[in-house]
Design a binder for this molecule. Structure first.
Ligand SMILES: [Zn+2]
Length: 239
């Protein structure tokens, strides 16, 4: 596999400093919104089904972006409830030449767990620093909205080692051959996969997973996108 992000850049092995800003150019910005599950792939099941939450959140986020003339929102599926593999969604996203990609997921656990975490493109890959910058906007927004942040400030890396998911914390900047999520590995733009909340936690679902929760989180994601590109968020959909 010749992943988009396999190109190594020395500058991408560092954690972006506080003064780092992505070079975003002029609006409008194309933003790919990926509902992480759909169709025959429901994702995890807890108090709610993951694909229902990812569809509702993606739809609400799309509404904000569609109302804002700074953005051209695009999706990675024909409709929310159709089956599409991560590779198919990556290819569909790449064909639309987005400036940023957000993949929306829900977390689950057999034991008690709650909070937000998100996964940027990994160290050493082309869009690592921009992805971390976006991840910081997302995590800060979720914390402001009342979520607890997991790991180091809500940002972690995932690697697949012989098919097994391995977690690394945000300060682990070793460049590894192991690949992260296919959607991120194949993305031709900065990308973050967000685990919005635990669909197995009543408190999390109440705040970030039920109907109101999906609306609330979509607003957080929208504001994080505006912070990434440096645009002023709309205050209401009717503007
Ligand atoms: Zn998922």
């Amino acid at each position: 596999m010749n992943a988009q992000n396999a190109i190594r850049e020395a500058s991408a092995t560092e954690e972006p400093g506080e003064d780092f800003r992505p070079d975003v150019g002029e609006p409008p910005y194309t933003v790919a919104v990926d509902a992480g599950h759909g169709g025959d792939d429901p994702g995890a099941t807890g108090l709610i089904v993951e694909k229902d939450m990812t569809a509702a959140t993606a739809e609400a986020l799309m509404a904000w972006l569609q109302a804002d003339s700074n953005y051209i929102p695009v999706t990675t599926r024909d409709s929310y409830d159709v089956t599409a593999t991560p590779m198919e969604r990556a290819e569909r996203s790449n064909r639309q030449h987005p400036d940023l990609l957000l993949s929306i997921h829900g977390n689950s656990a057999a034991t008690e767990a709650s909070g937000f975490e998100c996964y940027p493109i990994t160290p050493g890959r082309t869009w690592h620093r921009e992805s971390v910058y976006f991840a910081r906007q997302l995590a800060a927004g979720m914390e402001n909205a009342g979520s607890s942040l997991r790991g180091q400030r809500g940002i972690r890396y995932i690697y697949y080692e012989n098919g097994v998911k391995v977690l690394a914390e945000a300060n682990d900047l070793r460049v590894r051959e192991e690949e992260t999520f296919t959607l991120l590995e194949e993305s031709n733009c900065p990308a973050v996969l967000a685990e919005q909340c635990f669909i197995t936690s009543a408190e999390d679902v109440d705040l970030f997973g039920d109907e109101d929760g999906c609306q609330r989180t979509a607003r957080v994601y929208y504001e994080a996108i505006c912070a990434y590109f440096g645009t002023q968020p709309l205050t209401s959909l009717g503007e």
